[in-house]
Ligand binder design. Structure first.
Ligand code: FAD
Ligand code: PHB
Length: 402
């Protein structure tokens, strides 16, 4: 029996994945008059409801505004001008604008970014296909690559395109479609995870608190005046069912201690998740006409708040290279995509690894290691040069013209 030939559609760039990378890329290309189709395996409701990152770098804020997706973010996001580092019974502040010439970050949840990007794309008549399945990539080595998939209506379809952007995250099909041996993988696994909660409570602090403690790291973050996001370092194999609300609050309180009358604001917990921690980069981020961007190419531990921001930085480079190709027919920027993107990615990897190493308690760590961590925190908060190094990485390194 012969397989029925899939219905063919033509576009310039086929984008796999409607996460921040895929949606931003599609909008950046649209603004340059380049057509794309976005394929997403989950439903619109699912992608708009998945709780993930919360911090936008200045460059990501600027990008959202530049592509016309920043209106709600500017109204509802919260600008933060610093973070607090809590260690050894003290709390010290890192002041971003003061150390970086005015740069800041914004708290605006990733799923809100996704909602805004989907809306902006659909308002311009974009072709985003949700709930597709059986996505596969073909003819990557030639000039007419293809993506095959089953549409939500059950029909098998084929996209004929010039390029494929693999923006399908860590569980996607793009990266595994590259033949073994073509990619080098660089990786660090951490022997801990983060237990994340969302709760209904007022903020405990006007800025994020990154806390070092013998029992393990804690991050006090926020989403709004009514909803707080917090994490504590946990065993990555632990289960959320093992943690009652009372046990969670006891753990936070044990690690955050009470200082100068400071008190953690508690409230009903309505979301619990355990996130694994690793650092990973694949090189190169390209195979023939398939380009990888975002989590499909690299993963960072969340301590530096870089995951979403790096995805945005990748597609900025990729969109520029594709625009240059369509304007001139030249492939030099596409050929340089991986090297250009990797420079920033490795700096973000270093920063995320460094923040993670400085702030977490490693299993089996002895008093020597703890004292070195405290000395480092003391140095980072006491030396203007060291504080500047943290601040300029946290708000996002400059783009050097990109
Ligand atoms: P993704 O957001 O993963 O998007 C990929 C999209 O592709 C998804 O919508 C997926 O459904 C789709 N897809 C997958 N396979 C296919 C397929 N075969 N066909 C079609 N579509 C497909 N980063 C931080 O900086 N701070 C944090 O606090 C933080 N918390 C996180 C919590 C969790 C639970 C997770 C999973 C990640 C977290 N991250 C955090 C990382 C950050 O969210 C990611 O770096 C960011 O989402 C990367 O964007 P992306 O577009 O590359 O990939
Ligand atoms: C978050 O609010 O989810 C968040 C903030 C800072 C991080 C990681 C996560 O470093």
């Amino acid at each position: 029996m012969s397989t029925p030939s899939p219905h063919a559609i033509r576009t310039q760039v086929a984008i796999i994945g409607a996460g921040p990378a895929g949606l931003l890329l599609s909008q950046l290309l649209h603004l340059q008059g380049i057509e794309s189709i976005v394929l997403e395996s989950r439903s619109r409701d699912a992608i708009e409801g998945t709780i993930k990152a919360g911090i936008l770098e200045q460059g990501t804020i600027d990008l959202m505004n530049a592509i016309g997706a920043g209106e709600r973010m500017m109204k509802e996001g919260f600008v933060h001008e610093g973070i607090r580092l809590r260690f050894d019974g003290r709390e010290e502040r890192i002041d971003f604008p003061e150390l970086t010439g005015g740069r800041k970050v914004m708290i605006y949840a990733q799923h809100e970014v996704i909602k805004d990007l989907v809306q902006v794309r659909l308002d311009t008549g974009a072709d985003i296909r949700f709930e597709v399945s059986e996505v596969s990539v073909h003819e990557l080595g030639g000039t007419r690559p293809q993506v095959r998939f089953r549409d939500r209506d059950g029909v098998l379809r084929r996209i004929d395109c010039d390029f494929i952007a693999g923006c399908d995250g860590t569980q996607g099909v793009s990266r595994p479609s590259i033949p073994a041996g073509e990619l080098s993988i660089y990786e660090r696994l951490y022997p801990f995870g983060w237990f994340g909660i969302l709760c209904k409570a007022p903020p405990s602090s006007d800025e994020l608190i990154y806390a070092h403690h013998e029992r393990g790291f804690v991050l006090v973050s926020t989403r709004s005046p009514e909803v707080q996001r917090m994490y504590f370092q946990c065993d990555p194999t632990d289960k959320v069912e093992n943690w009652s609300d009372d046990r969670i609050w006891a753990e936070f309180n044990a690690r955050l201690g009470s200082r100068d009358g400071w008190k953690l604001q508690e409230g009903p917990i309505f979301h619990k998740v355990i996130v694994g921690m690793r650092s990973q980069v694949v090189e190169p981020m390209r195979y023939g006409r398939l380009f990888l961007a975002g989590d499909a190419a690299h993963v960072v531990p969340p301590t530096g708040a870089k995951g979403l921001n790096l995805a945005a930085a990748d597609v900025r480079v990729l969109a520029r290279a594709l625009t240059h190709y369509y304007a001139t027919g030249r492939t030099d920027l596409l050929d340089g995509y991986s090297d250009t993107a990797l420079k920033r990615i490795w700096k973000a990897q270093r920063f995320s690894w460094w923040m993670t190493s400085m702030l977490h308690t490693f299993p089996g760590a002895d008093a020597f290691q703890r004292r070195v961590q405290i000395a480092e925190l003391d140095y980072v908060t006491g030396s203007r040069a060291a504080a500047t190094a943290l601040a300029e990485n946290y708000v996002g390194l400059p783009f050097d013209g990109l």
